[in-house]
Structures are given as C-alpha cells and as structure tokens.
Ligand binder design. Structure first.
Ligand SMILES: CC(C)(COP(=O)(O)OP(=O)(O)OC[C@H]1O[C@@H](n2cnc3c(N)ncnc32)[C@H](O)[C@@H]1OP(=O)(O)O)[C@@H](O)C(=O)NCCC(=O)NCCS
Length: 185
C-alpha cells in the first residue's frame, strides 16, 4: 500500500516536471531540470515563472516569462461535485444566487477551484491568507474567463489591485483554473 502511494507520488511529480519542461522549451527556455525548494515550490529558471498542479488523475503545468507575468498559479481538481454542506462555506451569497451555474453539477466546484487558484497567487504576493468568503468570483462561460474580487477590505491588495483575473476550463474528468497577473495590467 505504502509502495503504491510512493510510486504514485513519484509519477505525479515526474509528470508535473515533464509538462513544465515542455512548456519552458516552447517558450524558448533551455530544458533544464526543475528542482524544488525546501517548501516544495518549483525553482523556475531565471526569467521564467510557472505553476504545477495535480488532481487524482491529471496534472498540468503553466509557465510564462517573468518579464511579462508577475504571478501565475494553476489549480486542477477532479470534477467530483462539492458536498451541499460546503456550498455556503465556499460560495458567497451573491455567488449562490447566480442562477447560471448554481443548479449545475460543477458550478460550485468551479468556484472552489477558481478560489484555490486565486488563493495560491495571492498568498505569496501578499504574505496573507484568504478565506473563501474574502473573494467573490464572476465567471464568463462564453470566454472561459473569470474575475475574482477581494471583497474583504481588511485584506491587502495584490499587486496594487483587488481584482485577480484568469481562465478556467472544464475537461473530461476535471476542471482547471489559472490565475494570472500580467505586468502593466
Ligand atoms: C502548497 C500548495 C501549492 C499545495 O496546493 P494543492 O492544491 O494541495 O496541490 P497542487 O497539486 O495544486 O500543487 C502541488 C504543486 O504545487 C507546487 N508547490 C508546492 N509547494 C509550493 C509552494 N509553497 N509554492 C508554490 N508552489 C508550490 C509543486 O509544484 C507541487 O507539485 P510537485 O510537488 O509535484 O512539484 C498550495 O497550498 C499553495 O500554493 N499554498 C500557498 C501558500 C501560501 O500562499 N503561503 C503564503 C501565505 S503566508
């Protein structure tokens, strides 16, 4: 049992690194090994910024040039719906009222994943944690883009703004969200 957990973790780690290296090469970076910091954060090559995420069956990586991008964080999760008891914890009353998605299987889970990506990009930038109720999310199913607003005014801004934008994607078996802050945006 322990052996299979270790094996799975090794595979997951290797796949994440594989995708990250491929993405770096596509951007024109040399295919160098991506090491890990003591806190497990990947060490990106000079001039690059990126993020890796895993669900139980998928993994992905995203990278950008740090000359263009200030923050980039990915979250990938299985599409398993959230328990109904979690809905008022994860979603604000305004989000719950949004009829477009509140009746759908993945709607609340999508909000959860977006908030995870936002939280992961916000924490390192500000040194602060966010609760789910600190953030209000609006999604646009036509464009696949989201806008997340830090609605708790006691929380600091992130890179001078209360808004964090990104994209989301529903794929077979999973959902991903990517929160990004571009320089000059
Ligand atoms: C640590 C963290 C990434 C785990 O997230 P998760 O949803 O459990 O796991 P995910 O699969 O999405 O991400 C795991 C990957 O994130 C990366 N990662 C791990 N720790 C990280 C960190 N501290 N910072 C950035 N990336 C990290 C790794 O690439 C890891 O995969 P790998 O070990 O196979 O390379 C997430 O909780 C996080 O970013 N927390 C932010 C902490 C923070 O903001 N601190 C400052 C506030 S004071």
């Amino acid at each position: 049992m322990l052996g299979s957990v270790v094996l799975r973790r090794r595979r997951e780690f290797a796949w994440g690194r594989h995708h990250a290296r491929e993405a770096l090469v596509r951007l024109g970076f040399a295919p160098v090994p991506i090491l890990s910091r003591a806190d497990r954060a990947p060490v990106w090559p000079l001039g690059a910024i990126g993020s890796i995420s895993h669900s139980s069956s998928d993994c992905g990586a995203v990278v950008g040039r740090s000359s263009d991008v200030l923050a980039l964080r990915l979250d990938i999760e299985d599409e398993e719906p959230l328990g109904a008891d979690l809905l008022p914890i994860i979603c604000t009353p305004a989000e719950i009222e949004l009829s477009e998605w509140s009746g759908s299987r993945v709607g609340p889970k999508l909000i959860f994943i977006i908030k995870e990506a936002v939280y992961k990009s916000y924490g390192p930038a500000t040194g602060e944690f966010l609760d789910f109720q600190d953030v209000s999310v609006r999604t646009n199913d036509q464009s696949g883009m989201f806008e997340a607003e830090i609605v708790n005014s006691e929380k600091p801004m992130s890179f001078g703004s209360r808004t964090i934008n990104g994209i989301y994607l529903l794929f077979e078996g999973g959902i991903l969200a990517l929160a990004a802050r571009f320089r000059g945006a």
